[in-house]
Design a protein around this ligand. Structure first.
Ligand code: ADP
Length: 182
């Protein structure tokens, strides 16, 4: 599915984010930035060790206590097709989605887009942040993702293409429904 908002193309698709050829892909990281499961594990496995080395340097130089939830940092893409990886940390929901989780997830998306703009990135792919190991409800997470994205497009109007790369058809359907409800 594909639509345009203020000149920005938004694409929803089923796929593996490590295969995307946008300039940047977003990693649903954890605050250690040292890798993990899900998207994080796949990006580090396919992207190679240089990404981990850059993450270690970010930890040492900027975030010795870890990347706070809702913030974003950038590394190169290593062996991925994407030139850059933007690492962000979504909230741990464990099934809950109160104002707190919503705000943090919104910030994770918004700050990733802001960082992309600062780096001159014009195309970016997102996974469904926080809906795997962190267990946020997919429908609410999807609505929050689109809200952040639309706010960013309206405020900044810069990025040409934003993809949501959903791992399963079920999650894709929920995102599609959330998007149509906007
Ligand atoms: P979090 O810890 O933020 O919840 P996860 O990586 O555990 O992140 O899961 C987030 C979403 O990404 C889930 O829907 C999961 O199925 C999906 N996912 C896992 N691997 C990939 C991948 N390689 N590409 C795209 N999505 C993926």
């Amino acid at each position: 599915m594909e639509i345009k908002i203020n000149g920005t193309k938004i694409i929803l698709k089923v796929g593996d984010i490590t295969e995307e050829d946008t300039q940047a892909v977003v990693n649903a990281a954890n605050s250690t930035l040292m890798g993990g499961g899900g998207v994080d594990g796949a990006i580090h496995a396919k992207g190679g060790l240089s990404i981990l080395e850059e993450c270690k340097k970010i930890r040492k130089d900027i975030y010795p206590d870890g990347l706070p939830t809702g913030e974003a940092v950038i590394t190169t893409g290593g062996n991925l097709k994407a030139d850059y990886v933007i690492h962000t940390v979504g909230p741990i929901c464990s099934g809950r989605f109160t104002e707190r989780e919503e705000k943090l997830l919104y910030r994770a998306y918004y700050n990733s887009l802001k960082l992309a703009k600062e780096k001159g990135i014009k195309s970016i792919s997102f996974p469904s942040i926080s809906t795997g190991a962190y267990r946020c409800p997919v429908d609410k997470a999807a609505k929050t993702a689109f809200r952040a994205l639309i706010d960013f497009i309206k405020n900044e109007n810069y990025i040409e293409e934003i993809r949501f790369v959903l791992f399963t058809y079920d999650v894709y359907e929920i995102y599609k429904e959330a998007f149509n409800g906007i």
